[in-house]
Design a binder for this molecule. Sequence first.
Ligand SMILES: [Zn+2]
Ligand SMILES: [Zn+2]
Length: 151
Amino acid sequence: MITKEKVDYWTIELTSDCRCFDCNDCGVGYIRNEDGEKCEQCYKELTPSNSCFDCWKDSKESFYDALEAWRDKVGVTWDLVRIDGVGVGWNRDSGYAVKKFDEALDAITIRGDFRITATWDGANTFTASRASHDEPTGSAQFTFTLIKGRE
Ligand SMILES: [Zn+2]
Ligand SMILES: [Zn+2]
């Protein structure tokens, strides 16, 4: 059975760092956004894992789940997204990119370290901010807009 949860607010943290943790006592692995979380079984503090069990894939899936919830809410099936950015990079540049729906995340990821916070506020607005070496204050702001494209 597939249960589709009704949500109207979604915030996703994506980071270039590995977010995999282990409970050394239980031998259980977790993917967690914050340090210092506890094992769900023995409540001991988790330690960063030596091996990555594909946390980026996990983050990516959460991102696209949110993006789809947003598109459902807007009520269209358009599969292009325009991403407008301001405060991007060292020069605080502005610009935009158009991506296929399922590649939208590529517009805001960069090489090197970053932390992205994507927010869907329950209405028609989907935004993201990014902090990175050149954007230390999380200055890079992105606004997503669905566009119809050619049919
Ligand atoms: Zn444990
Ligand atoms: Zn990982």
